[in-house]
Design a protein around this ligand. Structure first.
Ligand SMILES: Cc1cc2nc3c(=O)[nH]c(=O)nc-3n(C[C@H](O)[C@H](O)[C@H](O)COP(=O)(O)OP(=O)(O)OC[C@H]3O[C@@H](n4cnc5c(N)ncnc54)[C@H](O)[C@@H]3O)c2cc1C
Length: 389
C-alpha cells in the first residue's frame, strides 16, 4: 500500500440519512469520522423519500396498536427535540416543510377507525380537526369529509442532509468503497485508497441497497439484506395549496390508499404519491400506473381537477435487513461483526433509534481532537431530489 496512513475512529460508508446522522452523533461524542459516499449525498433512498417523520399510526389501520406502530411512536418527539436544538443532533436551523401531517376520508367516514382514533391509547397522537382549522387544501367548498391531525411532520430531505453535512465539513468525501479494498481485523479496519490508506477503529456500513455488495466483498455471510420496491408517482399541476395527508377513503386493507406529500417545484407545488398506489404500482408499468393514479386522485381528491396534471413515475427500492417472508422490519437495525457494524434504519423516521443501537456496538473514540482528515479525495455534495434531477 502506497502513501500516507490516515487514522480515524469511524469510517462510515454511505452518505444517506443514516451515514450523516451517525457521523453527527459520533462527532458530538468526540469521535473522529470519515464519511465516504460513492455518488451525491442522499442519492439512494433518502432524497427519493417522502420525508415524513411519523409515529407509525399508519401501521395501526386494522384498528389496534401493533409492535411496528409502537417501536416508532416516540420518533416524532425525538426529531422535534433536534429541531429545537436539544436532541441527538442539532437541526435548529432546519424548518420543516410541513409542521403537521393529516389523515382524511370522504363523507362516508372511517367506520370502526373513528372509535379507535378517539380511544385513550392514541391520546396525543391523533385528533379530529374542525373545519375552521383545516389546512387550506381541505377548505375548498367541494371537500366533504373528515380530517384528523397527526403528531407527524415532513422534512425536505435535501435541506436535512445539507444541515447534517454542515457540521461535517472536510470529513465527507466522494469515493466508492469496494469490499475488496477493506481489511477488517479484530480491533481495526484498513481501507485502501488510491494514494493513501485509511485506518479506522470502527467501520460502519450504511450503504443502503449497496450494503449487500459490501458484505459479499468482505466475505460476511450475515446479516442479509432485502429490497422492498415501490413505484411512486409525481404529479405536476396548478393547484395552489400543498397536501400533506394520508387518504383513507374506502380503504379495504390496512394501508393508506394514497400517502401524499408536496414539494416545491419552481413557483408551484408538486404532489408526490405513495401508499397503496405505490405498493400495488410495482406490478404495473408506468403508463398503467399513471392511469391508475389519475383514477385514484379523481376518487380521493375529487374536489380538484386532474385533467391538466402531468404525471411521472419513479421506481425506488427500500433496503432493509432480511425478514422472514420479506415483511417490514419494525425497528432500525444494527449488527456488529468485530469492528464492522452494518446498519439499515429501515425508515427515515427511525434514525434516532438507529443511533441508540449503533453507539453501544462501537469501540470508544481515541479522544484526540476531531480534526479534519488529510485525504486527497473530492468532497461529496448533497444531491437533488429525483423529481428535480
Ligand atoms: C419512495 C420512498 C419513500 C420513503 N418515504 C419515507 C418517509 O416518508 N418516511 C420515512 O420514515 N421513511 C421513508 N422511506 C424510507 C427511507 O427513505 C429510508 O429508510 C432511508 O432513507 C434510508 O437511508 P440510508 O441512509 O440507509 O440509505 P440511502 O439513502 O439509500 O443511502 C445509502 C448511500 O450509500 C451510498 N453507497 C452505496 N454503496 C456505496 C459504496 N460501495 N461506497 C460508498 N457509498 C455507497 C449510496 O450512494 C447512498 O447514497 C422511504 C423510502 C422510499 C424508497
Amino acid at each position: 500500500m502506497s502513501g500516507q496512513d490516515v487514522q480515524t475512529d469511524a469510517i462510515i460508508v454511505g452518505g444517506g440519512i443514516a451515514g450523516l446522522w451517525l457521523a453527527n452523533v459520533l462527532r458530538l461524542r468526540g469521535y473522529r469520522v470519515v464519511v465516504l459516499e460513492q455518488d451525491r449525498l442522499g442519492a439512494g433512498q433518502t432524497l427519493a423519500s417522502q420525508g415524513m417523520i411519523h409515529g407509525g399510526l399508519k401501521y395501526a389501520l386494522r384498528g389496534q396498536l401493533t409492535r411496528a406502530s409502537e417501536a416508532i411512536a416516540t420518533m416524532p418527539d425525538r426529531w422535534r427535540s433536534c429541531l429545537d436544538g436539544k436532541g441527538d443532533v442539532d437541526l435548529s436551523a432546519l424548518a420543516p416543510l410541513a409542521e403537521r401531517y393529516y389523515l382524511f376520508a370522504d363523507a362516508s367516514g372511517l367506520g370502526k377507525l373513528t372509535g379507535f382514533f378517539a380511544s385513550r391509547s392514541l391520546r396525543g397522537r391523533i385528533e379530529r380537526i374542525e373545519p375552521p382549522s383545516y389546512p387550506p387544501v381541505f377548505k375548498a367548498p367541494g371537500f366533504q369529509g373528515v380530517v384528523y391531525g397527526l403528531n407527524d411532520f415532513v422534512l425536505d430531505t435535501a435541506a436535512l442532509l445539507s444541515q447534517l453535512s454542515e457540521t461535517l465539513k472536510g470529513c465527507v468525501f466522494q469515493h466508492a468503497v469496494a469490499g475488496e479494498d477493506l481489511r477488517v481485523e479484530a480491533n481495526r479496519v484498513v481501507l485502501r485508497l488510491p494514494d493513501a490508506s485509511l485506518t479506522g477503529k470502527n467501520l460502519i456500513i450504511c450503504a443502503g441497497a449497496g450494503s449487500q455488495r459490501l458484505l459479499d466483498g468482505l466475505g460476511l455471510p450475515k446479516p442479509r439484506m432485502q429490497l422492498r420496491p415501490l413505484h411512486q408517482v409525481v404529479v405536476r399541476h396548478d393547484h395552489p395549496d400543498p397536501m400533506y395527508a394520508h387518504c383513507l377513503t374506502g380503504i379495504r386493507r390496512p394501508e393508506p390508499r394514497l400517502t401524499i406529500t408536496s414539494h416545491p417545484d419552481g413557483d408551484r407545488w408538486l404532489w408526490y404519491l405513495g401508499g397503496q398506489l405505490a405498493t400495488d404500482g410495482v406490478q404495473l408499468d408506468a403508463p398503467d400506473l399513471i392511469d391508475r393514479a389519475r383514477r385514484e386522485l379523481g376518487a380521493c381528491v375529487p374536489w380538484l381537477s386532474w385533467d391538466d396534471a402531468q404525471f411521472e413515475t419513479l421506481r425506488v427500492d427500500r433496503a432493509e435487513p432480511e425478514q422472514t417472508r420479506g415483511g417490514r422490519p419494525d425497528e432500525a437495525f444494527a449488527a456488529a461483526t468485530g469492528s464492522c457494524v452494518v446498519c439499515w434504519p429501515t425508515k427515515l423516521s427511525l434514525v434516532p433509534n438507529l443511533g441508540d443501537k449503533v453507539l453501544p456496538l462501537l469501540s470508544p473514540p481515541t479522544n484526540t481532537p476531531a480534526d479534519v482528515p488529510n485525504l486527497r479525495l473530492p468532497p461529496a455534495r448533497v444531491g437533488r431530489s429525483p423529481w428535480e434531477a
